[in-house]
Design a protein. Structure first.
Lengths: 148, 148
DNA sequence: GGCTGGAATGAGAAGATTTCGCATTTAGAA
DNA sequence: TTCTAAATGCGAAATCTTCTCATTCCAGCC
């Protein structure tokens, strides 16, 4: 039961929090903005205020239930933590997101932090590119493609 | 002369663009938000509208003169491109930013993009942690530290 | 060196995302 | 069931960024 997950995370098992957590678990979308969660819940007949969505997602992040990402858009997207860490490769044309894990990169990151004297708390690696479908399709480009 | 740099980048050499470019070159801060550029120019007696700062920085980005970063704050920061690529390690307490290059990571990123069928256009690697000074100092923590 | 057309700028409004303040409701323990 | 602190909902507000459009400026041409 999800309410146990919330309690374990140190959060009171309120209805809005349960709805949000259940929705994140059941959605086939892995990466969702606060707005998207809000609208999806609305459509499902579950009314949760937008401010609450933001508050709850931030609490979930602090509790380690979700991770907040800053892709090259203007807003945060959230992803349910399923245990395994991974990084992301994002299509700059269609927004598609694929995931990958690379142990070599992981290891070198730790080593770099250590060399610099940092106590590493987190890291984020985003590869941007044109996904296979968009390469076949060709076509217009977005601002993000103009980067160095 | 900077106006040549602008022309070469395909941009008309206007006064605001020159001021902004010169400022980025002369500043000892490597990473600046639009707001910071705006205020710094104001203090230097160079009045450039904030909207222009945003427009120009976006053009500079498209022209490859600067790179836009999304650290874990709510806004973009810009960095003058000096040729060499590098990644960043950011202190979650004080905001200090160090840079590093790791050829192994670079190579693996290319390989991953290739394996996934992506045509890589860019990538961003941020390591977050507590910098040596803040580790010595101890003390309060920020939201970003609560991540997975 | 002045003239001209189209591009660039400035100022403020507007848009987008996120947070805040506070009255009301709710979870969970007594 | 009753109670209290915590959570929620709503709208206002804060923050960051883009847009609109009248005015100004750059660059080529005389």
């Amino acid at each position: 039961m999800e309410s146990q997950d919330l309690k374990r995370a140190g959060l009171k098992a309120t209805l809005p929090r349960l709805k949000i957590l259940r929705f994140l678990e059941e959605s086939d979308q892995r990466h969702m903005s606060a707005e998207e969660v809000y609208k999806a819940l609305l459509e499902a007949g579950e009314e949760v205020g937008l401010a609450t969505i933001y508050r709850v997602l931030t609490q979930f992040e602090a509790a380690g239930l979700v991770t907040r990402h800053h892709f090259d858009e203007g807003h945060s997207v959230f992803e349910l933590n399923l245990g395994e860490h991974h990084d992301h490769i994002v299509c700059v044309r269609c927004g598609r997101v694929d995931e990958f894990v690379d142990e070599v990169i992981e290891a070198r990151q730790h080593r770099i932090a250590e060399e610099k004297g940092y106590e590493m708390t987190d890291h984020a690696l985003y590869i941007y590119g044109v996904c296979p479908e968009c390469r076949k399709a060709g076509g217009r480009r977005t601002r993000a493609e103009g980067r160095g």
